[in-house]
Design a protein. Structure first.
Length: 451
């Protein structure tokens, strides 16, 4: 929150106004959820607040959208084969009994924030496998306009609801913190798997691909670093926003446990009305030599495999308007990727979470064929902590929303940070080159932590 001092003068008037609106709409009592939306001063909210140890944050600078939530008016946590259907059913139930009061005619709506792990059966020590949350207090910035949404589940008295709302509000306005620095002079502690073990695993994957057992598999790696002092999540996010303004940004903090955050270039899927957008991002360059080979047969084959899988996954759910014949190159600050954007119109009744279920995991993060790749990874001890290579995103009350693949990310806990990255192994892959790609991807977050 770059300018949270703008919010301070409004506190007494805000409390009185919320109390009156709450009474006007049943005192918060009744069935389902009640959200009251009020306008914020221009550019009152622009970034992740400093000092909060429990929050959810999602931003798309290209769309001029920032969302920040604290508290949990309602939420569902789930895992297993039906996790997306369970979240979709919960969201449908929320929407069925959800009154939204746009007190200042902002044109904004309530939003839920969500995220999930790569593996549907993973039991996370720090984050649930999949979670959908209605924040008690949601700050939204869309273009030059901002709003605050206060939500309750109507099970508490008006007095308790108002007290909760103001407690969350004060938790934000209490922090005038001068932005710290992301730099904490981190030093590597360990890499898992170590170089030799990872290279051997990559060679095993190349061999199995050569035997026809699968076409692609994505192998990941974790780098653990330790800083000279605790990492400041807000400072890290501020540095990510500055260095990677063309990426989706996210942060999920669990009280007393840590923060999962990152800046990812890869959209999983977006929905606006009936308009769907997804994309294939596969094929990576990190230096002159790899950039020169980005358009070679191996990278183009890997990219086409991902694109074709996305099209097949979506063809029963939508009619396509655009499927690129050849990829473009997306140039980021540190890396370049082959990219193909797919656009379509969804069929009646198809929801954003329906699309997520069809798409995840794409071959860009798992492999192909999907089930074969997942079985191969499970049999070879692949682990994806937190929500790395899963996705994070949001859904609006009208069904619109975005999900981005959780890449270029880290788990921060005190002065320790775990960084994650992966590389796709296909026919013709050279394990040493793929390891260099992973090191380049890990370097994106490591550079931010080093300041």
């Amino acid at each position: 929150m770059a300018h949270n001092t703008h919010l301070q003068p409004a506190v007494p008037a805000l409390e009185s106004r919320l109390a009156a609106l709450l009474q006007r709409h049943g005192g918060g009592r009744g069935k389902g959820l009640l959200s009251i939306i009020v306008a914020l001063p221009e550019r009152a909210f622009a970034a992740l607040p400093f000092g909060l140890d429990e929050h959810q944050y999602w931003a798309s600078p290209a769309d001029e959208v920032s969302l920040f939530g604290v508290g949990r008016a309602a939420q569902v946590e789930t895992q297993g084969e039906g996790r997306f259907r369970a979240m979709d059913a919960a969201f449908a139930e929320y929407r069925r009994c959800w009154e939204a009061v746009d007190a200042d005619a902002t044109g904004m709506q309530p939003v839920v924030l969500a995220g999930f792990a790569f593996d549907q059966n993973q039991r996370g020590a720090n984050l649930p496998n999949a979670r959908l949350t209605v924040p008690t207090l949601l700050l939204q910035q869309r273009g030059a306009f901002g709003s605050a949404t206060f939500c309750c589940d109507r099970e508490s008295s008006a007095e308790d609801t108002l007290a909760t709302w103001m407690r969350n509000w004060h938790s934000l306005t209490a922090f005038h913190a001068v932005p710290g620095t992301a730099a904490a002079t981190p030093a590597p502690v360990e890499t898992e798997p170590p170089d030799a073990a990872w290279l051997a695993l990559a060679q095993r994957a190349v061999d199995d691909i050569g035997r026809g057992r699968l076409d692609k598999v994505v192998l990941s790696r974790r780098l653990r670093v330790r800083g000279a002092r605790p990492f400041d999540p807000a400072a890290v996010m501020a540095a990510l926003a500055q260095r990677h303004a063309d990426c989706y940004q996210f942060s999920h903090a669990e009280k007393g446990r840590g923060v999962f955050l990152g800046a990812t270039p890869e959209r999983l899927v977006s929905l606006r009305g009936a308009q769907m957008v997804s994309e294939a991002l596969a094929g990576t360059a990190w230096d002159r030599a790899s950039l020169d080979s980005l358009g070679d047969a191996k990278n183009l084959r890997e990219h086409r495999l991902v694109l074709n899988a996305i099209v097949r996954a979506l063809e029963a759910a939508c009619s396509f308007q655009e499927i690129p014949a050849s990829p473009s190159v997306r140039q980021l600050r540190d890396l370049s990727h082959l990219r193909s954007v797919v656009r379509g119109v969804v069929r009646p009744g198809v929801t954003l979470l329906n699309l997520v279920e069809r798409l995840h995991p794409t071959p860009a993060v798992g492999g192909y064929p999907t089930r074969c790749a997942q079985e191969w990874l499970a049999n070879h001890g692949e682990s994806r902590p937190a929500w790395y290579s899963g996705a994070t995103g949001w859904l609006g009350m009208d069904g619109d929303g975005d999900f981005a693949v959780a890449l270029r990310c880290a788990w921060l806990s005190g002065n320790q940070a775990d960084l994650y990255a992966g590389a796709g192994i296909v026919a013709g892959s050279d394990p040493a080159t793929e390891l260099a790609e992973i090191e380049a991807k890990l370097g994106v977050m490591l550079a931010v932590l080093k300041g």
